[in-house]
Design a protein around this ligand. Structure first.
Ligand code: ADP
Ligand code: MG
Length: 263
């Protein structure tokens, strides 16, 4: 069955897009068929996958308006070896354009259902707000992967996110779960980071991924070349961490073990 994951945290700059692009590439490297849906008008996941957002058309915007199907909109990330539903600034108007339309929360879910058999994983890179785009992602998702920096206010920020997931669970998607909390941009030398990391583990237990993504400048450089880190510098710490995250994701999903199931 296709595993559909929303990557979300309403804080900006916490590593959502970096995680979406690099987990997509790492899962593809492990032979998984992956679709990455960009749901942020900033189009960073699109660019990070090596696709020019300015000329991308159609995008997820036309999918949400029921003007095109996923098959018509999806593009290929050559360096990432996964498919992408691109996004760009046009998506910023979606909230308003959708407001009076029927089933506006379920548009993405319905569209993705048509291509489910083409993929082992669908990853959705959410915007840094709990808006209609995020709700569309949560309605379509089986679970939510939450990247977080181990900072002082990290746990506080999670309250709203968890509340939104609960609301979606009651109203739209009873099956939705928290897939896991991923500690990113981690600096093991920082006492504060260690303390917050311990708090997160106390609070969320085995929902916290064992994999930790370190702060690594190669992860920040790769998108400016339109490359996932695996295609930019596969030996760097960041690349290795995202490969480890892919392994852990496969293990948690019960898909680990086989090498390259699709070739
Ligand atoms: P979000 O999508 O949550 O806004 P991004 O993934 O775009 O966050 O990350 C924000 C910034 O931090 C980007 O410039 C990105 O390149 C950088 N970054 C993300 N993860 C790391 C990391 N592990 N190490 C170093 N820089 C990172
Ligand atoms: Mg982002």
């Amino acid at each position: 069955m296709t595993k559909i994951l929303a990557i979300a945290n309403q804080k900006g700059g916490v590593g959502k897009t970096t995680t979406a692009v690099n987990l997509a590439a790492a899962l593809a490297e492990r032979g998984q068929r992956v679709l990455l849906a960009d749901l942020d008008p900033q189009g960073n996941a699109t660019m990070g996958a090596g696709i020019e957002k300015r000329t991308a058309l159609p995008t997820v915007y036309q999918i949400l308006l029921n003007q095109v199907s996923v098959r018509e909109a999806r593009m290929r990330s050559a360096p990432g070896r996964f498919d992408v539903i691109p996004a760009n600034r046009e998506l910023a108007g979606a909230e308003i354009d959708l407001v009076n339309l029927e089933q506006r929360d379920l548009r993405l879910k319905v569209a993705l259902a048509q291509v489910a058999e083409d993929y082992d994983f669908v990853l959705m890179d959410c915007p840094p707000t709990l808006n209609l785009l995020t709700v569309n992602a949560f309605a379509a998702a089986q679970s939510v992967l939450i990247p977080m920096q181990c900072e002082y206010y990290a746990l506080e920020g999670l309250t709203d996110l968890v509340a939104t997931i609960k609301k979606v669970k009651q109203r739209l998607n009873p099956a939705i779960q928290i897939e896991g909390l991923l500690r990113v941009m981690f600096d093991p030398r920082s006492t504060l980071a260690q303390q917050v990391s311990d708090q997160i583990k106390q609070h969320f237990g085995d929902k916290v991924y064992n994999t930790v993504i370190p702060r690594n400048v190669r992860l920040a450089e790769a998108p400016s070349h339109g490359l996932p880190v695996l295609a930019y510098d596969r030996q760097c710490k960041g690349a290795k961490a995202y490969m480890e995250l892919a392994e852990e994701t496969l293990r948690r999903t019960g898909l680990a073990g086989g090498e390259n199931p699709h070739g």
